[in-house]
Design a protein around this ligand. Structure first.
Ligand code: HEC
Ligand code: HEC
Length: 348
């Protein structure tokens, strides 16, 4: 029997060991459990380390593809709509040589996934962790094998009766059209753990004087394509908030008289005339947020005026609660005057 004192000491010691193991930063979070680490640690390397066992046929993959992928990537993986095509541009000859001939032809219009990818593990791993776009990590391991097989079948790499599995991934890697198209001259891959011992290509030294001006990098959508998928500013991906630029075309410019007339009208009258006050007040929340709250949230955006104008025109829901704001048909001059007033702080 333990005395009550030694029992207490034992309990304290056990508590301390537990605390040490778990709480490196006491009070902040906790250690991940092995199960959580397993769920997170899903990468598959080119040597297939990390690949979980499983299998799937081309026929099973077709079902997955048509139900969960074709809507965005096209029935044959050919769609250029939400992303560049997955399938196309490879030939039987490429399967033999492991180099995609079309990549050397500047006139060839596309660079599809199957033209570029040189590691089967990348295709498999990417689908498992990132697709379908709206529900990443929702496929079972067998579905990932199956849909990978189906994509390779669409690209005429695998026959219709093929079953892809952990047992034959290496054989299929040896059929990938661009398997020999990868360069390792940059020395980033294979890394030192695969024997390469050179330094990666990004080598430089900090410039201390007479330095070249810092380059500015920008990325633009051409005007004709900006609104191809609707107004990005009002769209949000299911995973994480992701706001985009205002892409809808600007409405025809109102006449100078109309602009002057709206600017000369007290904003309260414009709000009244356009029925905004049925749902909004300046200072206090009503059906919709108060205009002060709106300004506090959006006033500092560089594109505040464009953003607010687009939101008012298109309406929306979910940013302030569950009640939707219907799209507003409002004269452009009135809209501009209201937006200018909002962006300037919604002062009474
Ligand atoms: C809602 C639209 C959508 C659906 C559904 C969808 N994808 Fe995608 N897919 C995308 C987008 C967008 C990208 C590009 C993502 C990026 O670059 O960040 C992409 C990229 C990919 C790529 C990488 C291509 C490359 O060259 O980098 C593969 C492979 C892919 N998807 C396969 C699938 C498969 C398999 C499914 C079904 C299980 C699927 N996708 C479902 C939108 C979708
Ligand atoms: C039928 C009620 C209703 C009317 C009419 C209405 N709104 Fe709204 N408004 C709302 C609601 C509800 C929201 C919050 C929507 C949300 O949660 O995303 C809102 C949101 C807004 C926002 C904030 C948008 C954002 O991205 O945060 C602005 C700005 C706005 N309204 C301006 C106006 C103007 C200007 C008018 C008149 C032309 C108007 N509203 C007419 C109900 C209305």
């Amino acid at each position: 029997m333990f005395s009550s004192r030694s029992l207490l000491a034992l309990l304290l010691a056990a508590a301390c060991v537990g605390a040490l193991a778990q709480e490196r930063y006491p009070g902040i979070g906790r250690s991940a459990t092995p199960k959580e680490v397993t769920a997170w640690d899903i990468d598959v390397r080119p040597d297939f380390k990390g690949l979980p066992p499983g299998r799937g046929t081309v026929a099973q993959g077709q079902k997955v593809w048509e139900a969960q992928c074709a809507g965005c990537h096209g029935v044959f993986g050919e769609s250029n709509e939400v992303f560049s095509p997955i399938v196309g541009g490879t030939t039987k000859d490429d399967v033999k040589t492991g180099r995609v001939a079309n990549l050397r032809d500047p006139a060839y219009p596309q660079r599809t996934t199957l033209m570029k990818v040189s590691q089967l593990s990348t295709l498999w791993d990417y689908i498992r962790r990132a697709m379908p776009w709206t529900a990443p990590k929702s496929l079972t391991v067998d579905e990932v094998y199956a849909v990978t097989a189906y994509i390779l079948h669409l690209g005429e790499v695998l026959p219709a009766d093929f079953e892809l599995s952990i047992a034959n991934m290496r054989e299929v890697q040896a059929l990938l059209p661009n398997r020999n198209g990868q360069t390792v001259a940059h020395a980033k891959w294979p890394g030192p753990e695969f024997g390469a011992n050179r330094r990666p290509d990004v080598q430089g030294s900090a410039c201390m004087r007479d330095c070249a001006p810092e380059p500015k990098i920008a990325s633009l959508i051409p005007d004709h394509a900006r609104n191809a998928h609707g107004n990005l500013a009002t769209q949000q991906r299911g995973v994480g908030p992701q706001r985009g630029a205002v892409t809808e075309p600007k409405a025809a410019a109102p006449s100078a008289q109309a602009l002057a007339a709206a600017a000369a009208t007290p904003v309260r009258d414009l709000l009244q005339k356009n029925v905004c006050l049925a749902c909004h007040q300046v200072e206090t929340k009503a059906v919709g947020p108060s205009f002060r709250e709106v300004v506090a949230r959006h006033g500092a955006r560089a594109d505040a005026k464009d953003y607010l104008a687009a939101r008012i025109r298109q309406g929306g829901v979910g940013d302030w609660g569950t009640i939707p704001m219907p799209p507003q048909s409002i004269a452009e001059a009135d809209l501009q005057a209201i937006v200018a007033w909002l962006a300037a702080g919604a002062k009474p």
